[in-house]
Ligand binder design. Structure first.
Ligand code: PGA
Length: 246
């Protein structure tokens, strides 16, 4: 586990974007796993600028997102399809058929989970998966108690997640109660992982991730077992970690 300590959100975003850019340039990453939420917004902004500055084409790239709310169509303003369109896809030349997310409005969500898992397999797996971390230690929407051997599946969101994500909805009562998420095993199969964390509200989860006992009670602790994970976190997010990180 490689940990990079940065001063603040801006530094985290810039460093994270540079990390991804270099791997895109070297063609080390042809399947990029993406995350949503507040954390990666700054990274996407920096990445778009860097891609434009380099004149880099991403017409070969495939992306796979971690999750999507059940019941929201792709054009719903609160869907992660729409989020990705706004913060990244419309700014770069990735073909729309190469940008994959689970369909939250699928008629048969069980089948949709299988299709998504199969798709990742057909793409040859994820080369680099970008992750945030929930205040409760979730990764993707794998909430506390999720099985470490889980594949893409339908999950009930934890009350703390529904509350945390309410800030993105006009009416916080409209946060969907369920989602489709890549499972923990699906995430762990990624060849490399980049996890970002910023702010004191993530400090407890980051402490557990780095120093806690590996347990399904805190899904992110499974990442201690990943052979190629880099964490970029700011001083506040690392403030409860005992081990010295420079
Ligand atoms: P956030 O969410 O980036 O909005 O804090 C992270 C997560 O839930 O994984």
């Amino acid at each position: 586990m490689k940990i990079m300590k940065v001063e603040n959100y801006q530094n985290m975003s810039e460093k994270g974007a540079q990390f991804i850019l270099e791997k895109l340039i070297n063609r080390e990453v042809n399947v990029l796993g993406l995350a949503t939420g507040g954390t990666p917004v700054g990274l996407y902004e920096h990445l778009i600028k860097k891609i434009h500055n380099k004149g880099l084409s991403l017409s070969h790239l495939h992306t796979v997102n971690l999750d999507e709310y059940i019941g929201l169509a792709a054009d719903d303003p609160n869907s992660y399809h729409q989020y990705m369109e706004d913060v990244l896809f419309k700014h770069i030349d990735i073909p729309s058929n190469n940008a994959h997310l689970p369909h939250g409005d699928a008629e048969n969500v069980t089948y949709e989970c299988e299709r998504y898992e199969q798709l990742i397999h057909q793409l040859g797996g994820v080369d680099l998966q970008l992750l945030g971390i929930g205040n409760n230690g979730h990764i993707g929407f794998n909430e506390p108690g999720s099985p470490f051997d889980g594949r893409t599946m339908v999950v009930d969101l934890a009350p703390s997640t529904i509350e945390a994500n309410g800030r993105y909805f006009k009416d916080p009562n409209n946060v969907p109660r369920q989602a489709i998420t890549m499972g923990i095993k699906t995430i762990m199969d990624s060849k490399s992982i980049l996890l970002l964390a910023s702010g004191v509200e993530k400090a407890e989860a980051i402490k557990e991730l780095i120093e806690g006992e590996v347990s399904e009670k805190t899904p992110a602790t499974v990442l201690q077992k990943h052979p190629n994970i880099t964490i970029i976190a700011d001083e506040e997010a690392l403030s409860l970690v005992n081990k010295t990180i420079v």
